[in-house]
Structure formats: structure tokens, C-alpha cells
Design a protein around this ligand. Structure first.
Ligand SMILES: [Zn+2]
Length: 285
């Protein structure tokens, strides 16, 4: 099983995680810029963070055979802090970099006017830099948040096929599917989605435009839930090819739209299943 985790915050994870992920078949990740928990007090603090997302973290990932890409943005939560607004002016410098494969995470946290403004401005940047966009949806009031998100996306003029709307569940899946955007699902230990619920959604809606991520970060989360979802799919009768579509080919297709997803020389044949000792990966990238 080869796995591309299209949304994971490795900055908050340890080398043990990288080791376990590599052993489980994770060969590539996208790390979106996000809220670090501790509020930042100036734009300069973001400069160091963004530099680390395109410098230090890819280096760290590379030591474990994992290819690391980033998405860059002012996150929805900190868009509300006037001290962080100047981050919007820093973004063009980063959106030019090869390691940056999308604008994100953008979108809504509490749906304030400040978030409206930052969201629209960053969708315009995605259009201007010809990049896909990764859109976070609020954890509270999900249906309304999702509707408003899709309205802003439509208004921005960005091609729906270049947008992933993330953190979806049974309540929001259909709305996003009908919009033409890609659908992101974060599989969590005890909130958001579980592998079993994800399998049910794949049964109902198919594998097209479906992305599964662990969204692992500094909270209670698990970077191996992508693999667990692949296994749950197989147990439910999905084929190896279906699993490869969801866990590898879909994220490659989505972020490949950036023109910057370099997966050459990636070793996708050497991983060994920690339980059986058998090779768990097949084929090239
Ligand atoms: Zn995230």
C-alpha cells in the first residue's frame, strides 16, 4: 500500500511518527501552514514558520524516505488577529517556491468579516499564482460553514477542480460533491471521521475526487489512520486499485495541478510490512 497523506502537520510530530509512517507505506505528505495553538504576535513569526515548512521539515522527512511538500497561507483562526494580517503581504514570496503545491489552509473558523476578507484575498492569490487551494471548513455549524465556503469559492472564479474542501463528514459530503470541488476527509481517533465511516462514504459516493488525510497535528490525532482506512477499505471488499486511487493517485492528481509535485526517484517499492515482513508497496510513483 503506497500512501500520500495530503494533509498532515509534521512540524508537531516526532521522528517516531516518521518511522512508523514510512513503515506503513507513507511516501509523500503535504503539510499545510496552520495555527500552532500558541497565538503568534507578529508576521515575522510566520516567516520563520514558512521557512521551516519549505526547508527544515522536507529535510527531516527525507531522512525517512518521505517526500514533503507544503501549502502556505494565513490560517483562518489567526486571520482574526490584526497583528497577523501583514502575513498576507508575505505570501507572494512563498507562493513562488517549488516546494509549495497549494495555497492553504484558508477558509473559515468562526465566519467573521475578517475571515471573509482573508479567504477571498487568498483565493485570488491561488488564481494569480496558478495554484490549487486547500480549504478548511469550520468544526462548529458545519453545514452553514460549508455552504458559505462554497459560495465564496464560486465567487472567486477559481476552477472548482482546483479546490479541495477539507474536514468533511456525512453532513457536508453531498454539498461539496455537487460543487465540483475535491472532497477532503480527516480521519481522527475520536472526532471528525473514523475509518469505518469513511468506508461507508466511499461505498455511497465512489472514489472520484475523494482525499483521505490524517490531519495529524499537536492535538490527539494519529498519522497512521490513512493506512487504517486503506485496510478498512480492503476488509470491506474494495480492491487494491481502489485503495491506490484514494490513498495515492487522487492526491497526486490534485496537487499535481500545481505543476510542482516532483515525485521522481521516490522509492515506492522498498517498504516492508511491519507485521508480515512482506513488501507492502508496488509499482512506481
Ligand atoms: Zn490542518
Amino acid at each position: 500500500m503506497r500512501i500520500f497523506d495530503p494533509h498532515i502537520h509534521m512540524t508537531s510530530r516526532t521522528t517516531d511518527d516518521y518511522e512508523r509512517m514510512a513503515a506503513a507505506g507513507v511516501r509523500a505528505v503535504v503539510e499545510p501552514a496552520f495555527w500552532l495553538g500558541q497565538p503568534r504576535t507578529s508576521a515575522a513569526s510566520f516567516t520563520d514558520y514558512f521557512d521551516s515548512l519549505i526547508g527544515w521539515e522536507p529535510f527531516r522527512a527525507g531522512q525517512f524516505g518521505v517526500r514533503h511538500f507544503a501549502t502556505i497561507a494565513l490560517n483562518p483562526k489567526e486571520a482574526n488577529d490584526p497583528r497577523c494580517r501583514p502575513v498576507l503581504d508575505l505570501l507572494p514570496r512563498y507562493l513562488d517556491k517549488d516546494a509549495v503545491v497549494a495555497v492553504g489552509e484558508i477558509g473559515y473558523d468562526s465566519m467573521t468579516p475578517e475571515e471573509d476578507e482573508a479567504f477571498a484575498a487568498q483565493l485570488a492569490l491561488a488564481v494569480a499564482y496558478d495554484l490549487p487551494a486547500l480549504v478548511h471548513t469550520p468544526h462548529r455549524d458545519k453545514a452553514r460553514g460549508c455552504e458559505r465556503t462554497l459560495a465564496v469559492v464560486a465567487e472567486s472564479g477559481i476552477d472548482a477542480g482546483r479546490v479541495v474542501v477539507d474536514h468533511l463528514n456525512e453532513v457536508t459530503v453531498k454539498l461539496v460533491r455537487d460543487s465540483g470541488c475535491w472532497l477532503g476527509f480527516s480521519i481522527y481517533p475520536d472526532t471528525k471521521m473514523t475509518p469505518q465511516r469513511m468506508v461507508e462514504l466511499l461505498r455511497e459516493y465512489g472514489t472520484d475526487r475523494m482525499l483521505v488525510n490524517s490531519a495529524a497535528d499537536w492535538g490527539r490525532s494519529d498519522p497512521l489512520l490513512t493506512r487504517a482506512t486503506g485496510e478498512a477499505m480492503l476488509a470491506a471488499g474494495f480492491s487494491d486499485d481502489d485503495v491506490d486511487t484514494v490513498l495515492w493517485r487522487n492526491p497526486v492528481e490534485f496537487y499535481g495541478q500545481s505543476g510542482r509535485l516532483d515525485l521522481s526517484d521516490l522509492d515506492v517499492s522498498a517498504a516492508v510490512d511491519p507485521q508480515t515482513g512482506n513488501s507492502i508497496l508496488r509499482g512506481g510513483s
